[in-house]
Ligand binder design. Sequence first.
Ligand code: PA5
Length: 449
Amino acid sequence: AYISFDSSNLTKFVHDNELGEMQAMVTAADSELRNGTGAGADFRDWIDLPTNYDKDEFSRIKAAAKKIQSDSEVLVVIGIGGSYLGARAAIDFLNEAFYTALPASERKGALVLFAGNSISSSYVHDLIHVIGDRDFSVNVISKSGTTTEPSIAFRIFKDKLVEKYGEAEAKKRIYATTDRARGALKTESDAEGYEEFVVPDGIGGRFSVLSAVGLLPIAASGADIDKLMQGAADASKDYTSDKIEDNDAYRYAALRNILYRKGKTTELLENYEPTMASFAEWWKQLMGESEGKDQKGIYPSSANFSTDLHSLGQYIQEGRRNLMETVVKVDKPNYDIDIPKEDSDLDQIGYLEGKTMDYVNTQAFRAVTLAHTDGDVPVMAVHIPDQTEYSLGYLIYFFEAAVGISGYLNGINPFNQPGVEAYKVNMFALLGKPGFEKETAEIQKRVQK
Ligand code: PA5
């Protein structure tokens, strides 16, 4: 496979026969996934999405991205959960650490900024402030078309567009990504004539990064979405075997399931590149929403190294032993830097002269892996060659394939998310949403106590 999965540091935690014992379960889970006999079978279209997608829409995405780049310096992407995490992860992964602060002439495409992923009024104010008088467009993304956070943000940015460009031009600057047929956003888009893109039926929010949901913002940012899809397509061909020894994504899924059953109930996704912090946020939704139900599942968390070695590092080394770690290590950084020579050695790092920063970063990774293993934390590593579109597409598919079977290994439906609704009912009741009169009356009694 193009990326390598290293589980060689697990010998202390998992015996060879344990992995062998998992084969029958993995084969069963793979069959449920591929044949659609498992729970949530209607949401498996991500499996062949990298090759089986709407090619006409893909061309429209590229054309829309070009138009956005030509008439807008900023693209405001409005969405929450699965409707923004993938795009943000990809754009951060594929750009320089400070790309938002670069002048427009030095960016690859539009400056993509996100809204509608919280209900913070200060955040929206600050976003409007930073856009200033720059030209902008809006991509509003919501599968249901009725999610409160993006709906509020969309109203506000629609107003701003109309204020700046007038009604007719504003409509040409709005791109709506939503369900093919249903929902308030679909109704509005049809009525107003926004350019529309589709969140495919058989793809849940957390699996939607390689659909229009992720692709339009990613393309607008200047990234090559052909290469992104190619990486995922190649991974979809490389991770087809149900045999643990031939399928690294399944080996990862099996190992973390074994570790989970030994009490390693929290998994940290880690990186040594700050531009990968958002990737972990995408991964947390993918894992957490897929696996955390029926009062079980690995809790997905994350850490950024070496930064967090100076904070969380203490807990990881010596706190409760319920942790496992998965490092995504970039083998070749975008840029490497020599450690400068100095005549005096007042700072006492002269022994590093002639070495590069990335050499030190990699030794930190090796040192941490050994220290945490000694501290009884199992450490797995996924090595990616570089931070390119192709590698990202491949990596995305690796984790999707793993989580696809891991829900079945743990006896739950990996493709639903009933738990994200509970707070919404309370919030609608408190806000007095029409249709929630009974809940409003009940919740008023509870909050008055
Ligand atoms: O995974 C999910 O279903 C959620 O995180 C959704 O993506 C999120 O709630 C946004 O939903 P929608 O796209 O319908 O606005």
